[in-house]
Design a protein around this ligand. Structure first.
Ligand code: SAH
Ligand code: SF4
Ligand code: F3S
Length: 466
């Protein structure tokens, strides 16, 4: 997922027209948490008079918010930096400054190495120090090459401004909210424990305050984010240790907030209280992203996932007894070192058994510093490619079957934004599928009752129920 985000109001603050505003362009790679972080960083720069631009050439500050999860993701950043170097030169010869910053997981993983490989970069900042960005940018503008990748002792969330009402309105009726960051699981293929650090949960009061602010700015649906979101826990106002189920129930009390989602969950952390929330909370959408990675016990063990295929299947069944309407989504890796044809067939069998509404699947990418990189029996690229193709064919068929089964159903639809055709809006079904319907712009943010009439390859079509 690559997104270019324009994150700030497009005009300078009233009364300051005489000072030309500096412009920031943020390009976001990777997961939803990076999308959330890009907004937080932009919000932090507002105080120094920065406004957003979606034209890279116009920017005084270009910030790449990067992803390190697979080799391709990381390499993309360096090719973008190559292009930026030329742009920076061209601007300099026209007498204009352009500061180039790298944030996100590549920043954390590679730090100084980025300055060495990409001489045009002025500033490198890791995810745990985003609240120091305005300060770091000032130093970079003074000619210093800045690297901020230490883990800060202070709570960055305490120091990052929450978005104000106007900005929240501009960003739409759905929002992300990070409640948990980092990972202590150390799956042997994964860089996240090294790039995001160890698991931290934000306190209840801070999360509730941010959610209330979002709702005040017109947000109707919030997706709680965490690398292991269901490992979130903190002391509740009642003095008990709260888990994600308790937090969801508390957020469900906010008037005006219509829908809640959460991602990404680890199978080991799906506790009964969270499962119960899927039975009792109408606001909690019947959708669960629950990555399994592989259907082979041998590979699951080598990946350090700490559960078996049978345990995963039993968990899925347990959640489905509580919420029969649940749509499941997953992540898969093919070609982990040592994966045999038999192991891969086990993955295919697990997928058949579960039936996914949506899924993401990848060829294993060896990441420096992870235990997987040192394993013998790396699987050849062509074998990985063949397995991925077979897996994706099956997953895509399941996704289409799921969409086809939706036709004729009556659902609640949250209208999000203009659709592709004039007179149309697009919203999301409870199961996260985009749904197109004829509706007026003024209805954005409304939840309407529709009947699904048709399933396209990537979205559904619906009509209003009178
Ligand atoms: N915390 C989540 C995953 C975060 S990374 C979880 O535990 O499931 C998102 C997905 O990227 C992973 O689920 C995995 O499928 C994929 N991924 C992570 N590292 C990878 C690697 N080295 N090669 C290929 N895919 C990888
Ligand atoms: Fe990576 Fe595993 Fe942590 Fe997920 S649980 S972020 S895959 S180490
Ligand atoms: Fe990528 Fe970091 Fe997210 S590696 S997937 S941006 S946590």
């Amino acid at each position: 997922m690559t997104q270019e985000t324009a994150l700030l109001p497009k005009s300078p603050v009233a009364g300051e027209e005489h000072v030309p505003a500096r412009k920031v362009f943020v390009k976001t790679y990777g997961c939803q948490m990076n999308v959330y972080d890009s907004d937080r960083m932009s919000d932090a720069l507002t105080r120094d008079g920065y406004v957003a631009t979606d034209v890279m050439e116009d920017a005084d500050f270009v910030l790449l918010n990067t992803c390190h999860i697979r080799e391709k993701a990381a390499e993309k950043v360096y090719s973008e930096l190559g292009r930026l170097r030329e742009l920076k030169k061209a601007k300099a010869s026209a007498g204009r400054e352009m500061v180039i910053g790298v944030a996100g997981c590549v920043a954390q993983a590679e730090g100084n190495e980025i300055l060495r490989r990409a001489p045009a970069v002025d500033l490198v900042i890791g995810p745990q120090t985003y609240h120091r960005l305005p300060e770091a940018l000032k130093r970079a503008r003074n000619g210093e090459r800045v690297v901020e990748t230490d883990y800060a002792i202070e709570d960055k969330f305490e120091h990052l401004p929450a978005p104000d009402r106007a900005k929240t309105r501009l960003r739409g009726v759905t929002a992300f909210l990070t409640v948990q960051e980092g990972c202590d699981k150390f799956c042997t293929f994964c860089v996240v424990p090294y790039t995001r650090g160890s698991e931290v949960s934000r306190p209840v009061a801070q999360i509730v305050a941010e959610a209330e602010k979002l709702v005040d700015g017109g947000v109707r649906e919030i997706t709680l984010l965490g690398q292991n979101v269901n490992a979130w826990h903190a002391t509740g106002p009642d003095g008990r240790d709260w888990g994600l189920g308790d937090l969801l129930r508390r957020l469900g009390e906010i008037d005006g907030l219509a829908r809640l989602r959460y991602t990404t969950s680890h199978p080991r952390d799906m506790d009964e209280s969270l499962i119960e929330a899927h039975r009792s909370m109408a606001k909690l959408m019947p959708y669960l992203h629950l990555p399994v990675q592989s259907g082979s016990d041998r590979i699951l063990k080598a990946m350090n996932r700490r559960h078996t295929a049978a345990e995963y299947l039993a968990l899925v069944e347990r959640i489905r007894t509580v919420q029969p309407d649940l749509a499941l989504s997953g992540d898969f890796i093919v070609g982990f070192p040592g994966e045999t044809d038999q192991d891969f067939e086990d993955t295919m069998r697990l997928v058949e058994a579960v039936g996914y509404a949506q899924a993401f699947s990848f060829k294993y990418s060896s990441r420096p510093g992870t235990p997987g990189a040192d394993l013998k029996d790396q699987v050849p690229e062509d074998v990985k490619a063949k397995r991925l193709e077979r897996l994706q064919t099956l997953l895509f068929k399941q996704q289409r079957d799921f969409a086809a089964a939706c036709v004729g159903r009556e659902i609640d639809l949250l209208l999000e934004k203009p659709g592709r055709m004039p007179g149309q809006l697009v919203g999301r079904s409870p199961w996260l599928q985009p749904v197109n319907v004829d509706a007026k712009r003024s209805q954005i943010g409304d939840i309407i009752q529709v009947r699904i009439t048709k399933a396209g390859p990537n979205s559904l079509f619906a009509e209003l129920i009178e």
